[in-house]
Design a protein around this ligand. Sequence first.
Ligand SMILES: *Cc1c(COP(=O)(O)O)cnc(C)c1O
Length: 387
Amino acid sequence: MTLTEKDNQYVANTYRRFPVEIVSGKGSLVYDSRGRRYIDLGTGIAVNTFGVADEAWQQAVIRQAGMVQHMSNLYYTEPCAELARMLCERTGMKKVFFGNSGAEANECAIKVARKYAAEHLGPAYSTIVTLRNSFHGRTLTTLAATGQDHFHELFQPLTPGFVHVSAGDAEELRAVFAREKVAGVLIECVQGEGGVIPLDPAYAKAVEEIAHENGALLMVDEVQTGNGRTGSLYAYMHYGLSPDVVTTAKGLAGGLPLGAALMSEKVQHVLGYGDHGSTFGGNPISCAAAVSVLSRIDEAVLAGVRERSAFIRERLTGAPGIRSVTGLGLMLGIETEKPAGEVVAACMEKGVLCLTAKTKVRLLPALNIPQDLLAEAMGVLREACAG
Ligand SMILES: *Cc1c(COP(=O)(O)O)cnc(C)c1O
């Protein structure tokens, strides 16, 4: 049995995989079972922050695996505490809850908002407002938060208490606050799965004002936008927002499962003993990996993200077959004349891995992708869009 046959027979059919068997890689290059080389512009959907099998990341993981891989949250372990300290120092947030995924981080944020509202506004204040076209995860609660009906259809009933509004329409949000008892608003600064669409900065500010005027929390989902991806440590920093809860995951541990909900001073004491938990949350290896990743995301790396972003935009904007380039930093969406799936398939044929988001081609390369590989990949992508 080939790998492809075995996978198709035994792994649940939830993913339409490309016909590529990935074996190994180094940095922004990956290799398949036929020995073919690919330039990776997807990084496992914004996960491999510094690429595949990065040396410093690998050392951090190996070192921790040789000490203790897991001990449960009944005991103190250094990587978990150190990572929480680093996240707080760099964001001004006060407490961190660790889980294993973006969905789990968002579940935590929603629990914080509901408990805070119950205590400060009244037990009826439980509604969570999110945006249409958003994506917040695949659990039944984060699916309810996700503002895309096609994800909901087969899985009713979802967790109740979610209302969706259109991004950009502050009046609609005000109307929801007038009508519903709202605990919090959850937004992505750049809608990732929704098509790499940045929020209008004035609207983002209005969301914060409306939430805070009403005693509700502002929660920012930085699962995809976080950890340097957009050219600042977190995208809310570009927008000058002061969120009460920030969630992140994907790139945080550079390729290992880790999610985090960061809580501001106002909500730092909302969760108490027994209110929440996660067996693997704060796992020492994941946290050691994240300490390594986060300690490298300095001003020079962020400037490198912005430079690479400018280079990609310069190469793609106005090129034949390309209608527009949207996004922030190294989270970019390309509207192409050809169907995005065709462009991605053509790029794969030529040794470049890209993603799609809705009708767009989506690029999420490593923050440190070498300039020569990026230039080569842009040549392939231009050709695929034009041809
Ligand atoms: C990927 C993603 C999630 C879900 O993360 P998982 O780790 O798959 O649970 C949630 N929110 C956003 C914005 C995402 O991009």
